[in-house]
Design a binder for this molecule. Structure first.
Ligand code: PGA
Length: 264
């Protein structure tokens, strides 16, 4: 199975999300029916209900872009995990670098969020990644270790849980720049070893995010340790999203893909 998660960030207004679905719902559903594809759509909060209705009886899953660290109470502007649960949200992004930067999200808050999400049966997608400065100073693996280690410890309490770790180098997000194949191979080997040494090889799936496009995906597909992609800017353009999904050789093998190609 390969995962394709669209991080729509705050790109679409409500009316634009409606237009996007009106135009592309059928094609999105076709993509999601491919045997090796799991498509997940992560809209901003106010669009969750709309998408939840749209995605009923499709193979597309719903994801949220964040959640509160607390379950209920006087927390103006926050969204509770219980609401995400009611909306049948399957996944929730946490620790995205834009949330770490603009909402001051900390590693301690992430631990709390992972626990709350797992208790509600929502799969956390924990974003990790170093800044360009940290990379240039040679701290990439140290930063990743610090971000991932505490999350792995939580899994000792939730032995059957699955979580996603999305490696998103901060300098690659929205920039058109991606790390080299070699850099990525080293990083994913490191992350895999970290999780298997902790005894959680089966519990953790790995995504890559940061300027995933129809073009960059060919290099990324060469990395066996990547289970899927977190796609930001490119997910606004259905044709680009389709190129990304259909670039994978496992997907290409299926009959439905031939049908999709014939339709164009
Ligand atoms: P990008 O964003 O694809 O626009 O680089 C990815 C992300 O922020 O998740």
């Amino acid at each position: 199975m390969k995962y394709f998660f669209t991080n729509f960030k705050m790109f679409f207004a409500m009316s634009e999300m409606r237009q996007f679905m009106q135009k592309h719902k059928r094609d999105l559903c076709d993509l999601a029916e491919l045997r090796h594809v799991q498509l997940g759509m992560f809209p901003s909060y106010e669009q969750l209900y709309f998408l939840q209705q749209e995605l009923q009886e499709t193979n597309i899953e719903l994801g949220a872009q964040n959640c509160s660290t607390v379950s209920t109470g006087a927390y103006t502007g926050q969204v509770a995990v219980a609401s995400l649960f009611d909306l049948q949200v399957a996944y929730c992004l946490i620790g995205h670098s834009e949330a770490r930067l603009y909402l001051s999200e900390t590693n301690d808050q992430l631990i709390q969020k992972v626990k709350m999400l797992l208790s509600a049966n929502i799969t956390p997608v924990v974003c990790v990644g170093e800044t360009l400065q940290e990379k240039q100073d040679g701290y990439t693996l140290q930063v990743l270790f610090d971000q991932v280690e505490s999350i792995l410890q939580i899994l000792t309490l939730y032995k059957d849980a699955t979580i996603f770790i999305a490696y998103e180098p901060v300098y690659a997000i929205g920039s058109g720049v991606t790390p080299t194949l070699r850099e990525l191979q080293n990083i994913f080997t490191f992350l895999k070893k970290l999780t298997s040494d902790a005894g959680f090889a089966k519990n953790v799936m790995f995504l890559y995010g940061g300027s995933v496009t129809g073009k960059s995906v060919h290099m990324l597909n060469q990395i066996d340790d990547i289970d899927g992609y977190l796609i930001g800017s490119a997910s606004r353009d259905f044709q680009e999203l389709k190129k990304i999904v259909l670039s994978d050789y496992k997907v290409l093998e299926t009959d439905q893909q031939k049908r999709l190609q014939m339709r164009n």
